[in-house]
Design a protein around this ligand. Structure first.
Ligand SMILES: CC(C)(COP(=O)(O)OP(=O)(O)OC[C@H]1O[C@@H](n2cnc3c(N)ncnc32)[C@H](O)[C@@H]1OP(=O)(O)O)[C@@H](O)C(=O)NCCC(=O)NCCS
Length: 115
C-alpha cells in the first residue's frame, strides 16, 4: 500500500533512495532529499509491506498533463514480488489524469513495466 512521505521519515527515505545508482553519493542524496522536502511538485511515496517501508517512488509533477518518475527502489529482499510495478500503478492513480513519463534513471524499469 502506498503512503505519502513525511519529513519525520527522512532517514528511511534516504536509505531506500540510496539504492538508485545516481544517489550513492551522500552529497547528491542530500540534494535530492532537499527537493522532496522543499518543493511541492517533487513528491515521494513509500510502499509498506509487513509493517515495514520496503519501497519508495519519487515523482516530479511537470504540469497538468505529465509527471516524471525520478526515483524508484525496493529493498533487495522484497524485489521480484511485483512491488516496483505496483508502486507505478498506485502513484498513477494518485496523479489522476496526468500521464507518467520516465527519467533517464527510471527508463529501463518503466519500459519493462509497460511491455
Ligand atoms: C527496479 C526495482 C525498483 C524493481 O522493483 P521490484 O519490486 O523488484 O519490481 P517488480 O517485482 O515489479 O518487477 C520485477 C521485474 O523487473 C525487472 N527489473 C528489475 N530492475 C530492472 C531494471 N533496472 N530495468 C529493467 N527491468 C528491471 C526484473 O528483472 C523482473 O523481471 P521479470 O518479472 O521478468 O523477472 C528494483 O530492482 C530496485 O530497487 N532496483 C535498484 C534501484 C534502481 O536501479 N532503480 C531504477 C531502475 S531503472
Amino acid at each position: 500500500m502506498i503512503h505519502r512521505y513525511r519529513k519525520s521519515h527522512e532517514k528511511i527515505a534516504m536509505g531506500l533512495l540510496a539504492y538508485m545508482p545516481q544517489e550513492r553519493n551522500v552529497k547528491q542524496l542530500k540534494k535530492t532529499m532537499a527537493l522532496y522536502n522543499e518543493r511541492p511538485n517533487w513528491q515521494l511515496f513509500f510502499w509498506k509491506a509487513d509493517n515495514y517501508y520496503v519501497g519508495i517512488i519519487g515523482i516530479h509533477v511537470e504540469d497538468d498533463e505529465f509527471f516524471t518518475v525520478q526515483h524508484i527502489s525496493v529493498l533487495p529482499s522484497f524485489r521480484g514480488e511485483g512491488i516496483g510495478h505496483e508502486m507505478i500503478v498506485s502513484v498513477g492513480r494518485v496523479m489522476g489524469n496526468r500521464q507518467a513519463k520516465p527519467s533517464k534513471e527510471t527508463k529501463n524499469f518503466m519500459t519493462k513495466c509497460s511491455a
